[in-house]
Structures are given as C-alpha cells and as structure tokens.
Design a protein around this ligand. Structure first.
Ligand code: HPA
Length: 292
C-alpha cells in the first residue's frame, strides 16, 4: 500500500525528473533495469558514449539505493547501439523492507523522462529441470505471488488508469525483437513464465513443485512490481531472465547467493550481446512496438 497521496507521488517523480533533465538533455527511448549479470552494461555505455552521464541513485531526489551486494545503484543515461537509453544499474527489492512506491520509483521516473519501452532483466531460478544455470529466457508472462501490488492505494490518475489491463504486460512485439536479437547474436534464448515471490528466503522444494503446477518456468524475487507499474503507465515491456540456478529441489544442490551471482556474471557477455543487439534493432526501427 502506498503511503503517499497521488499528488505527493507525482510531485516526487517530477522533482526527480527535473533534476535529471538538469544533468542531461538525452531523452531515453528505452529504459533498462540491469539486474544481476548486467553490471557491465552501464560501464559499456559510459566508455563508448562521451555524452553519457552517470548519476548515483543517492543523488536523485526521493530515489533509494539498493542494499544488496552486486547491485550498484546508479542511473546511466546515454546511447547504446545508437539508441538513447536509461540504464537502472541495480534495483531496490521489496524484501529490503521498502514500500512498493519506493521499489517502483526509479522505473516510473525513467518512464516519466520519456521512455515508452523498457527491458527488465533479472536473475531467476529454473523451475523446469531443462532450464540449466546460465540459460537466458525471455519472460512471456508472470505470476505475481508476492501478495502485494504497487497500485494499491489511491490511483495516480496522471500515471494511468485504476484498473490497468495486464493481458499484454510483456509486449509480444518486443519479445519478437528479443528473439531476433538472440538469433543474430547466436545466443540461445528460451521463453517462459516468471513467478515473482517476495523472498528473501529461497523457496522450499514443495513451493517449487507448486509453482510448476501453476505453470511457472522461472522463479525470482523482483520484476513483477516494476512491470505492473510500467503497464499502468502504458509502457511496453520486454523481460529477460538469466537462469542462475536450478530452483530448490530440482537438483540436490543447496542454494547459495554467491553462486547465483557468479553464474549471472558468467552469463554477462551473452546478456550484453543480446541487449546490445536488441537496442540496435530498436534504433533501426524506432517506431517498433510503440503503438498500443
Ligand atoms: N529463487 C528465487 N529467486 C532467485 C532464484 C531462486 O531460485 N535464483 C535467483 N533468484
């Protein structure tokens, strides 16, 4: 539940957007949430685009910095493969104890800056045994099993409607662009349904068996609230998971965050190639996926 009134939510977003506009004139066409494994993306853009700017979340009015190791907490705005992008390097998770208003603040901010499309990435456990650690998987839909929704509370009508449609929350057209980028880069790409749970404990084997019955292929502790907030704003979303481990009980191995992080890092170069190819395709056809 949001503790802020609609006016307060909007004025916080607008204050932060005004601050960002004072730092760069670049208007992002695509927002990217760089989860585990995409830590190098921001550096790549900063290294290649002399006009790119790096803004720690701590400097952005009302934005929170993540507390999880491996999540940097900075916004980089610049060009990737010719496309103006805003990269949220690191995210705040609900399990850190923040309100969902705060969890979705940064994605709302980037959408407010002008991004009409988003690529949301994450590390996930593979619910299906055939999803091996290191596999990349396009998210085609999600199950929000966190018991929470960032839109609970008075609707912020300036952002979107009271009852937003979620039937195309992961835009099929943008999904095809991801598929094309994967084929061009020679990166194998699977497709699956992501179950978002609150964490921070990993699931039990019984919970994973339940998720399989529910139709989930992937499991994680992020993404669903961001995607709900972006859908609310009419933003088109592509989702990408890096499978970092077999989910609990799929193999006999115990889960360990450091292994999750190291598998995500190993997949980094493939993720980068895919994301860069995705941006190149969008830059070639800027209107792609813009109509609703
Ligand atoms: N479960 C939940 N979240 C995760 C996992 C998992 O197995 N792997 C990476 N994030």
């Amino acid at each position: 539940m949001s503790d802020a009134s609609p006016q307060l939510t909007l004025s916080r977003l607008d204050e932060a957007a005004t601050f960002l506009r004072s730092r760069t004139a670049i208007v992002p066409a695509l927002g990217i949430v760089a989860g585990s494994g995409l830590g190098a993306l921001a550096g790549l853009v900063l290294g290649r685009d002399p006009a790119a700017v790096r803004i720690p979340y701590a400097e952005i009015p009302h934005a929170l910095a993540p507390t999880v190791i491996g999540h940097a907490g900075e916004l980089v705005i610049g060009h990737l493969a010719g496309l103006p992008v805003a990269i949220l390097s690191g995210r705040v998770h609900g399990y850190e104890g923040h309100g969902l208003d705060e969890v979705v603040f940064n994605v709302r901010l980037v959408a407010r800056l002008g991004a009409k499309r988003f690529l949301v990435t994450n590390a996930a456990g593979g619910v299906d045994p055939w999803l091996l650690p290191g596999a990349l998987c396009r998210i085609v839909d999600h199950l929000n099993l966190t018991g929470k929704n960032p839109l609970v509370g008075p609707n912020v009508a300036a952002l979107g409607p009271r009852f937003p449609d979620m039937s195309r929350a992961y835009d099929p057209e943008l999904g095809l662009v991801l598929e094309r980028a994967a084929a061009t880069a020679g990166v194998p790409l699977f497709a699956g349904i992501y179950a978002g749970l609150s964490g921070p404990s990993y699931e039990t084997p019984a919970e994973i068996r339940m998720l399989r019955v529910l139709g989930a292929n992937l499991v994680g502790m992020s993404t669903v609230h961001e995607v709900i907030a972006l859908s609310h704003m009419g933003v088109k979303v592509a989702g990408l998971s890096c499978v970092t481990n077999h989910a609990a009980g799929v193999s006999s191995q115990a889960l360990d965050h450091s292994e999750v992080a190291s598998t995500a890092n190993e997949a980094g170069p493939r993720l980068l190639a895919l994301v860069e190819g995705f941006c190149a395709l969008l830059a070639e056809a800027p209107g792609q996926g813009e109509s609703r």
